[in-house]
Write a protein that binds this ligand. Structure first.
Ligand SMILES: Cc1cc2nc3c(=O)[nH]c(=O)nc-3n(C[C@H](O)[C@H](O)[C@H](O)COP(=O)(O)O)c2cc1C
Length: 325
């Protein structure tokens, strides 16, 4: 586990050495849905496409969240005693940034994709950005613990609602998430204060996106043999994430790795790895070995009526899976 974490941290450093500060564009003063329509549209969503937001929309979003809207430096979100203590960290696939409202700049904090550390819910990790709100104690001088906690949480709520309304107006998806690892985030970013909430933002998963991705596919046939529902047996499935990774269960052991999609429904699963539990049941073990071979052989797929069929060289089906979620 420790090794995994170290590898993950190392990859954050290596992946993106090119990230730098981003000067945001001046926010639009017009546009958006009428206010009452926006309120009618506001709701939480938990599905995100990984498509990045255009710079103008990103600029508008951060300004709407907690940007400067007056000459005296006050913000779009109210804050107790005008402390303006809510810092917004923006986790993207390239880096983590801190939003500096007065200069309307995203200051680079750390290069690399750390979205997995921003929130515990998996659905947040594919969003092009996750906003993480921190009550910055340096901006709350002399405040007792109770007041600091109360005001920090309230002011954070004001910012999240601005983001909710902006998203509702723009047709973007978002949800407030309290399910975050506050200690881990604090260790990662090293601020003086508390991480309060995370809020992924992005387009929703489009209906026309590849139907193969983002679903759980349960095995129903392997090398021509039907694979009947069996009680007390682990479900054998594969799940392909939008980011090119896959995971699943082969009956006893877990499988994970990457997949490569090419035009014409071609697919490959290079470099899959399996856990190495000994499985006592021989049938389970045989299925596992067979399915593992099938995944290695597969070079194309078809989806019809919620059934995914894996093929090699368009010959008879190697395996069939049904969509379960
Ligand atoms: C402070 C706060 C924390 C929340 N934490 C989570 C969370 O960890 N996971 C989640 O899926 N939704 C979370 N939500 C979203 C709520 O579940 C959601 O707002 C509620 O069900 C009402 O639905 P609506 O936003 O569509 O009106 C949170 C909302 C708030 C305000």
């Amino acid at each position: 586990m420790k090794k995994l974490c170290l590898n993950f941290l190392a990859s954050i450093v290596i992946i993106s050495m090119n990230a730098q500060d981003i000067q945001l564009l001046p926010p639009d003063k017009t546009g958006g849905k009428p206010f009452m329509e926006t309120l009618w549209a506001r709701k939480s969503y938990r599905d995100f496409s990984s498509e990045k937001l255009p710079l103008q929309q990103l600029s508008n979003l951060l300004w709407a969240a907690n940007g400067v809207n007056r000459q005296d430096g006050r913000r779009t979100a109210p804050s107790a005693r005008n402390m303006q203590e809510i810092d917004i960290y923006v986790f993207t696939s390239d880096a983590i940034y801190l939003y500096e409202a007065p200069s309307h700049v995203l200051k680079l904090v750390k290069a690399g994709d750390a979205r997995k550390m921003s929130a515990r819910n998996d659905f947040a990790h594919t969003a092009p950005l996750v906003l993480v709100y921190v009550a910055n104690r340096d901006k709350m001088p002399g405040m007792d613990e109770t007041a600091a906690t109360l005001y920090g949480a309230t002011d954070c709520g004001n910012v999240t609602q601005n983001v909710h309304l902006f998203c509702a107006s723009e047709g973007l998806h978002t949800v407030s998430l309290g399910n975050i690892d506050r200690e881990q985030i604090k260790k990662l970013l090293g601020f003086h204060g508390e991480a309060l909430l995370a809020q992924p933002v992005g387009k929703g998963k489009q209906q026309n996106e590849n139907p193969l991705l983002g679903h759980r596919w349960k095995l129903i046939e392997l090398n021509g043999k039907a694979f009947p529902e069996q009680e007390n047996k682990k479900e054998i499935f594969i799940f392909l994430n939008e980011d090119g990774t896959m995971n699943g269960n082969l009956g006893c052991n877990n499988v994970s790795g990457t997949y490569v999609l090419k035009e014409g429904n071609r697919i490959a699963f290079p470099g899959l790895v399996q856990t190495k539990m000994a499985c006592l049941n021989k049938d389970v073990m045989n299925t596992e070995t067979e399915l593992s071979k099938v995944l290695n052989l597969t070079d194309s797929y078809l989806i019809e009526n919620n059934v995914l069929v894996l093929h090699r060289a368009r010959m008879s089906p190697l395996a069939k899976f049904v969509k379960v979620e």
